[in-house]
Design a protein. Structure first.
Ligand SMILES: [Fe+2]
Ligand SMILES: [Fe+2]
Length: 137
């Protein structure tokens, strides 16, 4: 079995991803008004990215000898679209930090494929934050 700290951090990230795609799916449904249509479409499009991240993490946990455990954050999203964007920019930036730390842990364990994938996911989250920042203005 892989290092327990690595497995725990992978599972924490899995839960962050599941929480994120549930929130984005809901926000894509909740947002109304032509002025926010680009934001709604962005959330709808990002669901698939976050599901892909979650699928990768769940599968990797199993292949490293762990058991994925789901405990997503189901806090209802804010009503105000600008607050949604501000909160989600901060969450995406936190994910960049989390995946950067996971890349370092993976490298220390000699798991080069995982290291590269964590860097790729860090880059995906940085791009999400940047898209949101542009939509926020
Ligand atoms: Fe993600
Ligand atoms: Fe993201």
């Amino acid at each position: 079995m892989a290092n327990q700290e690595l497995l725990n951090k992978l599972n924490d990230s899995l839960n962050r991803e599941v929480s994120t795609f549930l929130r984005y799916m809901l926000q894509g449904a909740l947002i109304k008004g032509a002025e926010w249509e680009a934001v709604r479409q962005m959330y709808l499009a990002e669901v698939a990215d976050e599901v892909g991240h979650a699928q990768y993490l769940a599968s990797k946990i199993v292949m490293l000898g762990g058991t994925p455990s789901l405990n997503p954050d189901l806090t209802p999203p804010p009503n105000d679209v600008k607050t949604m964007l501000q909160n989600d920019i901060a969450e995406e930036q936190a994910d960049v930090v989390g995946y950067t730390e996971l890349a370092e842990l993976a490298e220390a364990e000699g798991l080069i494929d995982l290291k590269m994938k964590m860097e790729e996911q860090a880059a995906d989250e940085a791009a999400h934050a940047e898209n949101m920042q542009r939509l926020l203005g």
